[in-house]
Ligand binder design. Structure first.
Ligand code: AKB
Length: 322
């Protein structure tokens, strides 16, 4: 990888991935591709950026030509609840846009593309605890269907055109940032920290016992880069690695936060759409394929993640020190 384009640069993951890639590959060699949302200052002040609407193939072609791109981290996506609320938009970005990215990568003979998948690929008829990597995929959400399409199309472009497409199934991602996730099902696990630091309280839209797999952002960024950089000979899977670091419920997370903020109170006001999406996803994942094939191992568990999140959010909000 010499010159890298990151699509979805203004999003939850893109805005955290870019500074790490720039530190590794050089500021001028990592191009922030964004569409509507403005870039966070961390990204915009530091290096090149360009408007890339992935539903418009010529935007992707121009970015690749102008910056002599040889690798794309394709991070733009409509998250789960947003996709249910705006199916046309989700078709455009998550299916047509993804296909555009892969088509440009083949035409311009790029070295490779990273396309993150999600725990949303899973649906009914499989174990929900330690869900294995290789099971039947029957998602019930548009977002999940599009992610299965991405995994399969990525494998197909590898077999058919030799394009090195890789991807992993990210769980919910906890992060402290300028950019909040936009209408995902696991967003509560970010919002809760802002409620805890600001008001010692949070109203959660999922039920107290909804257990989902999760990862802290520095580990998610590490996973994306490690998978992109690992030697291809090591890979048996390509676009569909389960990846996880922890599994918890809203009530587990509240208990952990209470260790640092004893008066923290959680209440519940259930969002039926997001609850039904969460209920269709696994509670925990078996990520042994990722561990075996490219050495995945998370650095953070729930306790170290909560400690760091509370102190970062508190610094960010310039509020009481935790
Ligand atoms: C969402 O909640 O939609 C995402 C995901 C798990 O893919 N964070």
């Amino acid at each position: 990888m010499k010159n890298i384009l990151v699509t979805g640069a203004a999003g939850q993951i893109g805005s955290e991935l870019i500074p790490v890639l720039r530190a590794r590959y050089g500021t001028d060699n990592v191009i922030a591709g964004l569409n509507r949302t403005p870039l966070s200052s961390k990204v915009s002040n530091a290096g090149p950026s360009m408007k890339v609407d992935i539903t418009n193939i010529s935007d992707i072609e121009k970015a690749v030509d102008n910056f002599e791109i040889d690798y794309i981290f394709h991070m733009s996506t409509f998250l789960s609840a947003l996709a249910e609320n705006n199916p046309q938009g989700a078709f455009g970005v998550n299916i047509a846009g993804l296909t555009n990215v892969l088509d440009v990568a083949v035409d311009k003979k790029l070295e490779g593309v990273m396309i993150p998948s999600s725990i949303a690929v899973f649906g009914s008829g499989i174990p929900t605890e330690d869900t294995p990597n290789d099971v039947m995929l029957k998602p019930t959400t548009l977002y999940g269907i599009a992610k299965v399409y991405g995994e399969l199309l990525g494998n197909y472009y590898f077999q058919r055109y030799g394009l090195d497409v890789r991807g992993l199934r990210l769980p919910g991602i906890v992060s402290c940032m300028d950019e909040m996730p936009t209408n995902g099902t696991t967003d509560y696990a970010v919002q809760i920290f802002y409620g805890a630091v600001q008001d010692s309280s949070y109203t959660c839209f999922l039920k107290p016992d909804t257990r989902l797999p999760m990862v802290y952002m520095p580990d998610a960024v590490k996973a994306l880069i490690d998978l992109a950089e690992c030697h291809t000979d090591k890979l048996v899977h390509r676009t569909d690695f389960n990846v996880t670091a922890m599994s918890f419920t809203p009530s587990d997370l509240a208990r952990e936060i209470r260790k640092k903020i004893p008066d923290f109170v959680i209440s519940y006001d259930i969002d039926t759409l997001r609850q039904s999406i969460a209920d269709s996803w696994p509670s925990s994942l078996d990520d042994s394929a990722a561990r075996l094939e490219w050495g995945w191992h998370p650095d953070y568990d729930i306790t170290s993640m909560v400690d760091e999140m509370l102190s970062l959010v508190s610094q960010q909000l310039n509020s009481r020190p935790i």
